[in-house]
Write a protein that binds this ligand. Structure first.
Ligand code: SF4
Ligand code: SF4
Length: 381
């Protein structure tokens, strides 16, 4: 059976208009009543990477979440909203990012992720056990509310990647480490998390997205879409297609399809909603750092060649760095050291997860793209 994805055009954060658009998206894919029962306890899971103003496009826009919340309250659902931001606690991120007022108005309860639940996975899965936030499993339904953003490690962060926020705080670093340098392993981890959470629906804030070196310090970009679907593999694949992203660069889609969790081919998906004139975008800027995986020892000359001439890497700009230590404290393998007041990355240990780039609020972690790599990515486009 084909998966169903709704995509509708909308170019501003105007509450009443957004509510109508989200409602239309829901109707396109079968209606709210096919996914949620009235009086269900529902958890909203937006992207709350860190405290930021909505115009920076780092978080799911508060007016977008408000529109979804109003729709669900009208429907009769009881709402909570949760995430585990890697930087700062949930209540601080909510109040600094413009969520407080509408949550109070609509009686949406904040749900910080604190307790862990250990979950057994299917025998044929790469990760046999996961540890996710216990709180997520105390709701009747989860509604996933991602933001369209580029992501230095994974290409894009969309519906599947957004659920990595159900891993509690600093545990994220240890899961990065367990997945290692192999990008397919990390994609598998993300897909297995999606499998466990199994959201009732994902509704994507693609009005103002982020291009370039996301997810923290890319450039806001008006994309002008709202998209929704129950199959997050199909939904992510359709969005990647609309952004002009080759689907093979979005590993979570390929892995999701391999594991039988969805359709990774937009051609195999029924896309409903508005006519998508102007898409796929011809000029959407990809992150410089699309990582490549390899299993070569640090001493292998081929690895040295790849690192020096082709593969993008993070580097700390000492003239911008404020020595706050956040990157050092969150680097999964401990590759960042304070060398007499200068933060340095040890390439022998670095697993190219780009967490340092994602977490530095001062934009001091830059993506270095060697000349040959730049040339190769130009040719491959
Ligand atoms: S997080 Fe940024 S500012 Fe802080 S130490 Fe690292 S590079 Fe420097
Ligand atoms: S230095 Fe940055 S990219 Fe390398 S492992 Fe540490 S956090 Fe990840």
């Amino acid at each position: 059976m084909k998966s169903l994805v709704s995509v509708r055009k909308y170019r501003e954060y105007e509450l009443a208009g957004l509510k109508d658009i989200v409602n239309a998206c829901m109707d396109d894919i079968g209606g709210l009543s096919s996914m949620i029962n009235r009086s269900d306890k529902v958890l909203l899971k937006p992207n709350l990477l860190r405290s930021s103003s909505p115009g920076q496009a780092i978080i799911t826009h508060p007016t977008f979440v408000e529109a979804v919340a109003e729709l669900l309250v009208d429907y009769g659902a009881q709402l909570s909203l949760g995430d585990s931001p890697p930087l700062g606690n949930l209540s601080r991120v909510l109040s600094k990012s413009g969520y407080d007022n509408f949550m109070k108005r609509l009686n949406v309860k904040p749900c910080p992720f604190i307790r862990k639940r250990s979950l057994d996975c299917q025998e044929n899965r790469l990760f046999r056990r996961l540890e996710l936030a216990e709180e997520v499993f105390e709701f009747d339904k989860v509604i996933n509310l991602p933001k369209i953003k580029t992501h230095c490690q994974m290409g894009l962060t969309l519906a599947i990647k957004n659920l990595f926020g159900t891993v509690i705080g600093t545990d994220k670093a240890s899961w990065h480490l367990r997945a290692g340098k192999n990008i397919d392993s990390f994609a598998t981890l993300l897909v297995q998390i999606y499998e466990q959470i199994s959201p009732a629906v994902s509704i994507v804030d693609g009005v103002l997205g982020m291009e370039g070196n996301g997810p923290n310090s890319g450039k806001p970009r008006l994309i002008g879409i709202v998209a929704a679907g129950q199959d997050a593999v199909a939904l992510d694949s359709v969005i990647a297609y609309l952004l002009g992203f080759p689907i093979n660069l979005v590993k979570t889609c390929a892995v999701g399809s391999e594991l039988g969790l969805g359709v990774a081919d937009p051609a195999g998906t029924t896309i409903v909603g508005d006519e998508l004139k102007g898409f796929p975008l011809a000029d959407f800027e990809r992150p410089k750092s699309m990582t490549m995986s390899w299993n070569l020892s640090y001493w292998n000359p081929l690895r040295r060649f790849l690192e020096n001439h082709i593969i993008t890497k993070p580097s700390i700009d000492a003239s911008i760095c404020r020595n706050c230590g956040v990157c050092m404290n969150h680097c999964p393998p401990g590759a960042i050291k304070n060398d007499n007041g200068v933060m340095k990355i040890d390439r022998r240990i670095c697993i190219s997860c780009f967490c340092c780039h994602e977490l530095c609020v001062n934009d001091a972690v830059v993506i270095v793209e060697p000349y040959l790599g730049k040339l190769m990515s130009k040719i491959s486009r």
